[in-house]
Design a protein around this ligand. Structure first.
Ligand SMILES: Cc1ncc(COP(=O)(O)O)c(C=O)c1O
Length: 458
């Protein structure tokens, strides 16, 4: 064994014996090389410790919007770390955090203008729901504590955020945060109401109003949803849905939260997806693309109407505190990340690449297992099904899906392959890379359909 191979083997052993990876079953981790260790990245390409290259079809985890290996961001972080890495978020802030809060007020939709900075998406969601509850109480409605979320949605895995997440696991973690209910979400493929297109979205919005009325409006603090939910299957609602939610929330004194943790920073073809929905939430949560993953950071960004309660009752502050909120190095990374997006016109580029990607994905519809192709911008996916005509769903644990996932990865594409194969590459992806990503999935589908014919009814 060469000395390099020896070093790599030692790293693999350390990882196998001591890293607790997120959501990887031991059956996989226990295998040799079951846990892939990446070493470097450039634009849309990742390289593992053995030198094998992969296309990054999901930007890490819908994160690395400006692409891997951005030296400019690394330099901005180093400069800030040398000057001042950390100062308490309690009662103080720092220069890059101030510049970032100002920048976010400029680029976010409508009048959103007050950023509570945190370390990631779950914390941003925790912060947003706590702001909603405290603001309702400060407005004189202490009984407004309930939260309405949507079926299929994902809002994080800390306890409060997980309570809103549809796939929360009662058997391990229940009971969850009290007062959360889940309502149907827009779905143009298998509509809960048997209605097509916008008609189904309108019914889903009306359902939210019914839920508020059923719960008792005087008990409801907020409604939360992702503008386009990746977890719920990348169904793109008509803007009417979000405009109706805006009106419904206003009618009942309910705070509207848009979770743009995945959608934000160019992922859907505009800087924020709510721009396309034509409605401004009271609070928006962001993370992931905020720094493109160069540092962990998130934020809950509120409108003046929300923050007004703290101006009108100036002796009261938010009952919230996170040691790493507004971290100076993370803020410097976010600022440089946004600067790159603007200078390189990456939002527009992402929109154009999204159109190209979609055109290529449409070609996969001819596969007997591909039931639907859908998405927005560079947030696209194909749904594999048991029976195309009946739209019979496959389960993510069905052999067809797990084997498809294995093949896609072996062929050199990193993405999430459950019953939906996700395509969310960095905004810098090229047409050639898109062609290669689609070709890998095309080939993997053909092989899986051949080997697991019995799971597919065609
Ligand atoms: C819409 C949405 N909200 C919140 C989160 C939680 O973010 P994090 O994993 O950074 O805590 C995620 C993570 O994927 C997400 O997709």
């Amino acid at each position: 064994m060469t000395s390099l191979a020896f070093v790599k083997k030692a790293v693999a052993e350390k990882a196998k014996d001591h890293v607790w990876p997120h959501q990887l079953p031991w059956t996989v981790q226990a295998e040799d090389d079951g846990l892939t260790i990446f070493e470097s990245g450039k634009n849309s390409t990742l390289t593992d410790v053995h030198g094998k290259e992969y296309l990054d079809g999901i930007s890490g985890l819908w994160v690395v919007n400006v692409g891997h290996g951005r030296v400019e961001i690394a330099e901005a972080m180093a400069e800030q770390a040398k000057k001042l890495a950390y100062v308490s978020a309690v009662g103080f802030t720092n220069e890059p955090a101030a510049h970032l809060a100002h920048k976010l007020s400029e680029i976010t939709p409508g009048d959103l203008s007050r950023s509570y900075m945190v370390s990631g998406g779950s914390e941003a969601v925790e912060t947003a729901i706590k702001i909603a509850k405290q603001v309702q109480a400060m407005r004189g409605f202490p009984r407004r504590y309930k939260v309405i979320a949507r079926r299929g949605s994902y809002h994080g895995m800390t306890h409060g955020a997980m309570s809103l997440t549809a796939s929360r696991e009662e058997k391990w973690f229940g009971p969850f945060m009290y007062g959360v209910s889940h309502v149907p979400a827009p779905n143009h493929y298998r509509n809960d109401f048997g209605l097509e297109g916008e008609a189904g979205d309108i019914m889903a919005a009306k359902y939210v109003e019914q839920e508020i009325i059923n719960q008792g409006p005087e008990t409801v603090a907020c409604v939360i949803g992702e503008p386009v939910s990746s977890a719920a299957g990348i169904h793109v609602p008509s803007p009417k849905y979000w405009q109706m939610l805006r009106e419904i929330c206003d009618r009942h004194g309910v705070i509207l939260i848009a979770d743009e943790v995945i959608n934000g920073f160019g992922r859907t073809g505009t800087m924020f997806c709510m721009e396309q929905m034509g409605a401004t939430p009271d609070i928006m949560t962001v993370a992931k693309g905020l720094t493109s993953g160069y540092m962990p950071m998130g934020a809950a960004i509120a409108s003046p109407k929300i923050f007004a309660e703290f101006e009108n009752q100036p002796e009261i502050s938010m009952g919230h505190l996170l040691t790493f909120g507004g971290h100076a190095v993370a803020a410097a990374a976010a600022l440089k990340n946004i600067e790159i997006m603007e200078e390189e016109n990456l939002v527009q580029r992402g929109a154009e690449m999204g159109v190209y990607l979609r055109e290529q994905l449409e070609g996969l519809r001819s596969h007997p297992s591909v039931g639907d192709v859908r998405g927005i911008g560079l947030l696209q996916g194909i749904e594999v099904v048991k029976n195309k005509e009946k739209k019979t769903p496959l389960n993510k644990t069905d052999k067809f899906c797990t084997e498809l996932g294995k093949k896609v990865f072996e062929k050199g594409l990193v993405t999430r392959t459950w019953n939906i194969v996700h395509f969310a590459p960095p905004l810098v992806v090229t047409t050639d890379e898109i062609d290669r990503m689609v070709a890998i999935v095309d080939e993997a589908l053909t092989e899986t359909e051949r080997e697991f014919q019995h799971e597919i009814e065609g």
